[in-house]
Design a protein. Sequence first.
Length: 83
Amino acid sequence: MLKLNLTAEVEEILGRMSADTGQSAETIAYRALLEHLEDWEDLKSVEEALKDEPLVAIPLEEVMRKYGMSPEAKRAMTKPAAE
C-alpha cells in the first residue's frame, strides 16, 4: 500500500472536488494517479515506436486536398479565437 503526504493546497482542492462530484477524495486521487500512469505508459510506447520510424511532416494543404476540404475551412482553422 502506498501512502502519500499531500500539501494543504492539494487536500483543499481534493476536498472541493469531492464535495462537487460526490466521490471520495481517495477515489479522485486514485483515478488521477491511474490516468497519469496510463498517459506515461502511452508516451513510452510512442517514444519506442518513433525510435524506429522518423516523423514525416505533411503540409496542411496536402491533408486538406486529400480529404476534400476547402480553402475556407483552412482559414477557419487558422483564424485567431475571438476575445
